[in-house]
Design a protein. Sequence first.
Length: 273
Amino acid sequence: MNSEQFFNDIKTYKFLANKSLGQNFLCSKDIAEKITNALKVQPEDSVLEIGAGLGSLSYFLVKNNAQISLIDVDDNMVNELNNKFSSYKNVNIYRKNILKTDLSVYSKIIGNLPYYITSSIIEKILLDGINSKLIVLMVQKEVYLKLTDKNEISPLSLLLHYVADISSMCVVGRNNFTPVPHVDSAYFVITPNSNIKDQQNNLLYKLMCKLFLYRRKTILNNLTKLIGDKEVATKILEKSQIDLMKRPEHLSIDQYINLLNILKSYDFINKIM
């Protein structure tokens, strides 16, 4: 099927969108092609598309000689993908939950992420996609802005900037989707660095999440809640050279790494887990 017909058909399939799964199908051929081109797929790559849906990105991905895996949690979408792409020998199609999928086997990851679990998917990619060389994601525009806003510090944004660089953001207007969502989207490129392979990233992220639970309180109060002893918490922070009155968002990723190492030396791993 030629591209014009393929994307015209997607516009007529909005009735298949599952609101509970946050489905909005990209129906712009030009934007879909730009997004997939940003992934720079090579023949030796093992590529994963998250939430492939009706195949807007898949249409261009499968034309590469790389090994392509298309996953979706919705049976209707998996059936559509099989109807369209199962004849390609380099394509595997699965009904899978991305949060329960091993991402370490993929060198390139791409996806138009469902709005309702965007943060959880990005977290999963950054912690599990340890062999990924390039990641291209489309998310709500507001999500992208929060991840890159220096005044909106969160455990996820700290982790993202520690393990990767972000580039090539492009806004995608809501009218490029069917059904039309209430917000605009944006796609961007994540280029992982060597830190993505750090074996203590999961522990580091858990620590940051626990210390951000009460983000308006001081780091001393939050660490005290975590380990259950204010005197020891004070000693650990002083040893870490961290101002006791700072709030969680005021700490750098290096300070969190140093704090984690000191907590490990005090045998507080069980508190973090």
